[in-house]
Design a protein around this ligand. Sequence first.
Ligand code: ADP
Length: 302
Amino acid sequence: MAEAPPMVRELYKDENGREAERTYAPGDFLGKGGFARCYSLTCVETGETVAAKIIAKTSLAKPKARLKFMSELKIHQSLRHPRIVQFYHYFEDASNHYMLLELCSNHTLSTLLKRRKRLAEHEVRYYVKQLLEGVQYLHSKCIIHRDLKLGNLLLTDNMQLKIGDFGLASHLDSRAEKRKTMCGTPNYIAPEILNGAKNDGHSFEVDIWSTGVVMYTLLVGKPPFETSDVKDTYKRIRSNTYNFPDTVSISQEARSLIRAMLDNDPRHRPTITQILSHSFFEADAVPRLLPSSSLHMTPPRP
Ligand code: ADP
């Protein structure tokens, strides 16, 4: 367990321009990322509890790290949607930057899958549909997330999925613009990002690819291209080598949707509207809510 931060003090100017202070009491350690440590914080004055992403200023010494942080802040602040972790407020003190976010107390889909091993198809329908709603909103604002993976998909206390971590997100000025930077997480990275230097860059379709990886992982219990060596994983992604293990029963509809999203040619991947009207979603009802008992065991079908 990481060390809890001391009481956090925010100095600000009130509506009359006078110096004022808010105090936050630290709570649970929520998780750790590349730069950030996350804790729950309760505002002593209002009693409101939020998640705080705390980034030590010393970790942003390199200009590249600082630019990444500033881009994350700018993009996340601009978003407002039920499927996106809500950004509330930013402040800094002498040592840290603080991003106050909507608290997602049921952790991430990664912790859920570790507990459950794999999920039933109706649960996958529920989570993937919510993920697509969030991705649809981001793309409508010309934002590519570029790091959709189980650890960045959070769950609220009433089991609502929220997309988080905009550290690798990119805002495109137009639908036609392409990005060339290599980024993403090895298991979830799209082939056109790996081939970036050779072709003409990547765009919104990389989020469809990683949604395909998320869907496969939830159903099978491990990512499709996983190996013990990152280089081998990249080879498998380039050659589109994955299979559906015989030991797990997966419907034809689910297989067909995963295959479509994991098409090596980004131009051939389905659009979000096409995915939502695919037979995988049409075959059976999508649950409206999942009980929190589904953190530990398969919930009943709707
Ligand atoms: P980084 O950008 O450094 O990778 P993340 O944004 O991924 O950091 O946060 C690290 C971890 O903190 C996440 O994997 C998650 O476990 C936890 N976390 C992040 N945001 C929240 C939140 N809003 N509510 C609850 N836990 C969170």
